[in-house]
Ligand binder design. Structure first.
Ligand SMILES: CCCCCCCCCC(=O)SCCNC(=O)CCNC(=O)[C@H](O)C(C)(C)COP(=O)(O)OP(=O)(O)OC[C@H]1O[C@@H](n2cnc3c(N)ncnc32)[C@H](O)[C@@H]1OP(=O)(O)O
Length: 221
């Protein structure tokens, strides 16, 4: 039986925002999930968030997901979409294989972590880290193909930010190959200064001061 994905979304007065229910049927096995799993508020896009159509540069040149100085990385690129959406693309290379000629599932999850982190970070402009990431692999993704990922902010609840994404194979309107949902948790900058690498943070700070990088967050450590 082909899988069926139904997403229902409704506004709950002025109190809550999103109540999405996904009904998934794969080979006759049904599961029902509420997403987000708690009542949330509408995401508040930061007034300085990049505008629709803006092509995003890497937030950190050594990021495995988007960094240009990370030879083995995913080299993803992203664009701001309409509303609470970011469009990202990931082209699968031979370095990303799991089974012969097919993308490794862990790397696909990584691509979604990047896309989801980008929609959270770029639109909210708050430091946040992935607390939970759930991935559904619907179709195999061959080497040489491009996943067109649309990631969306679904709502916030205090420090918790919920986001979800779909990856279309070969074209923005291609078949859905991968889906993911994530909880991000907003953190203080001390999260990075206490646990991260000081030299790398200095490099990031210095690059944020480059005058041509007007897209940088104003909250980078
Ligand atoms: C433009 C930028 C682009 C960026 C793209 C890059 C994308 C890549 C992003 C990443 O991969 S980040 C790296 C992977 N993630 C981490 O390393 C995070 C490691 N975990 C932590 O540091 C802490 O566990 C964390 C900051 C997530 C939470 O610790 P806290 O002590 O700050 O908060 P707490 O544990 O009280 O959790 C806050 C809320 O989140 C909830 N929560 C946290 N983890 C959860 C979980 N796994 N499942 C469900 N709920 C969770 C928790 O229950 C609580 O809910 P309530 O506020 O209702 O009490």
């Amino acid at each position: 039986m082909p899988h069926v994905l139904l997403i229902a979304r409704r506004a709950v007065g002025h109190l809550g925002y999103v109540s999405a229910v996904r009904v998934v049927s794969v080979d006759g096995v049904h599961s029902v999930q509420q997403w987000p799993p708690v009542e949330t508020q509408p995401p508040q896009v930061h007034p300085k968030a990049p505008e629709q159509g803006a092509e995003l540069t890497s937030h950190y040149s050594e990021c495995f997901g988007c960094g240009e100085d990370q030879p083995g990385g995913l080299h993803m690129s992203s664009t701001i979409g309409a509303g609470h959406v970011v469009h990202s693309s990931f082209t699968v290379s031979a370095e990303h294989q799991g089974a012969p000629g097919l993308a490794h599932g862990g790397l696909l999850s990584c691509a979604f972590d990047e896309a989801l982190g980008t929609v959270v970070g770029q639109l909210l402009r708050k430091p946040a880290v992935t607390g939970k990431l759930e991935t559904d692999f619907r179709r195999p993704v061959p080497v040489g193909s491009t996943l067109h990922i649309t990631a969306e902010l679904d709502g916030t609840a205090g420090r918790k930010v919920y986001a979800s994404a779909r990856g279309h194979l070969g074209a923005p309107d291609g078949p859905v190959a991968v889906e993911a949902r994530a909880l991000f948790v907003v953190v203080d900058l001390e999260h990075f200064t206490e646990h991260g690498d000081q030299d790398a943070l200095k490099k990031l700070r210095d690059s944020a001061r480059e005058p041509e990088r007007t897209d940088r967050w104003d909250i980078n450590p």
